[in-house]
Write a new protein. Structure first.
Length: 80
């Protein structure tokens, strides 16, 4: 699970066994987890984050979208 970004208490990463899905990122804090598509940025799944936290995370992912996509394509290639 390559960690791509850490911002405060949040860890952004992807699973190395998910190359057949569209580009996305997982964001964890403690035992909470969310998954966002990266093109366009959209919430896919949430486990425990409040609506307020999800809005914050969506802004965080949007702000770092280019960096996250570069990490995705750098790891999986452009054919994923």
């Amino acid at each position: 699970m390559p960690t791509v970004l850490r911002v405060g208490p949040f860890r952004c990463y992807f699973h190395s066994h998910e190359p057949n899905e569209p580009p996305h990122i997982h964001v964890d804090r403690d035992n909470l987890s969310a998954k966002f598509w990266l093109q366009p940025v959209a919430l896919v799944r949430n486990v425990g984050f409040s609506a307020h936290e999800l809005r914050h995370l969506e802004r965080l992912v949007s702000r770092h979208q280019t960096e996250l996509l570069e990490a995705w394509y750098g790891y999986f290639g452009r054919t994923s």
